[in-house]
Write a new protein. Structure first.
Length: 372
């Protein structure tokens, strides 16, 4: 198959880029001809070439960017893709406009956030031009069907995938990143990745303060601030809760397996917006015990007590209790982490995801009498 993977974001500091690139590279490994279309970026272009994919850089300056529309249209005429798979709203809009008169065999749209569709973006999901909407969890599928008035059969769940080899605990040390950041080997480290407001990091700081008031040698590591303003916000909030000395703010990191390997427990305290939290999935692959709020599709990942703790969003007492449960029964936490890794391998691996995407593309094309 000839496949376009289109996404306006181009930096590997967001899950959508990782998942788009994973799909592109995985399909290349299976012999498909893949072209990544994104904003100009040397790193993304280099990695695309290393994976065997083509790369075309375009501005993606706005939802009506004529240069990008013309570029995608020209590329579609030249390469005649069997499948166009778009991964964010701007890519969705521009690719629809660009291929209005020159349609691909299959047009697939990704939706990875749980915010409802609105009167403004609903039409581009409902249009017959879109063959399938791919959501990253059943919960988002329900949101799309209800808020978008979209037929349920038009929406397919394909869980985001984790490279279970890259996140194999046998490959990573618990102490390397700790040594880099001056965190003691004897400290019990809770970690969360992501500090947007809806990621619930402030709520996590409050629950951590509860834990720190009754347990010694505990630390909270909050990862992925992107500016000095965000770093100061973390430090000031921790200070206001009396735990400044036990909270470490860490900038965005590309070496997430190494960072997550240093944690004793990985937390996602999100209260909105999320699909299935990727860093929780990666932590589970590393056999870490995890705590996640019952937000978005997290309950589809942390589906039973054997693989992790699921707590209500914005419930300080419940989150604090789960954090204490992990530290107070280390043997149970270790067993939970091992079961979590098995669950990711079975249901949420990169291989499972590429299988599902490949099958979905072929089903759409076959339904139109196209051999891809």
């Amino acid at each position: 198959m000839r496949v376009f993977q289109i996404l306006e974001k181009n930096r590997f500091d967001t899950g959508s880029v990782h998942q788009m690139f994973q799909a592109a590279a995985g399909l290349c490994e299976r012999g498909h001809e893949v072209t990544i279309v994104s904003r100009f970026d040397d790193t993304l272009e280099t990695r695309a070439k290393e994976a065997g994919a083509g790369f075309v850089g375009l501005p993606f300056a706005s939802d009506l960017d004529l240069e990008t529309i013309r570029g995608i249209s020209r590329l579609a005429r030249e390469k005649r893709p069997d499948v166009i798979h778009v991964h964010k709203g701007r890519a969705h809009t521009l690719a629809l406009l660009a291929t209005w008169m020159n349609r691909a065999g299959a047009f697939v749209v990704n939706r990875g956030v749980s915010f409802p569709l609105t009167r403004w973006n609903r039409p581009k999901y409902r249009t017959a031009r879109v063959d399938r909407i791919v959501t990253v969890c059943e919960q988002i599928r329900g949101v799309i069907v209800e808020s978008g008035h979209v037929p349920r059969e038009k929406v397919e769940v394909v869980y985001a995938g984790t490279d279970v080899e890259s996140f194999d605990p046998a490959h990573w040390s618990r102490i390397d990143f700790r040594a880099e950041r001056g965190v003691g080997d004897d400290e019990f480290v809770y970690m969360q990745v992501g500090i947007r407001d809806w990621k619930g990091w402030r709520e996590l700081v409050e629950s951590f303060a509860d834990v720190a008031s009754c347990r010694d040698r505990v630390r909270l590591v909050l990862v992925a601030y992107k500016s000095e303003q965000e770093r100061r916000a973390i430090e000031e909030y921790a200070s206001s809760r009396g735990v400044a000395a036990s909270v470490t703010a860490v900038e965005y990191r590309a070496d997430m397996a190494r960072v997550l390997a240093s944690a004793d427990c990985v937390v996602d305290a999100s209260w909105g917006g999320t699909g299935i939290t990727g860093t929780v999935r990666e932590a589970m692959a590393l056999a870490k015990p995890v705590i996640a709020t019952d937000c978005g599709g997290n309950r589809e990942l942390v589906a039973m007590p054997e693989v992790g703790w699921l707590v209500p969003a914005r419930d300080r007492a419940a989150l604090s209790a789960a954090m204490l449960a992990v530290i107070d029964d280390r043997d149970a936490a270790i067993a939970t982490g091992r079961a979590a890794r098995r669950r990711v391998i079975d249901r949420f691996s990169k291989t499972v995801r590429i299988d599902r995407l490949e099958r979905l593309y072929r089903e759409i094309l076959a339904g139109k009498g196209i051999t891809g």
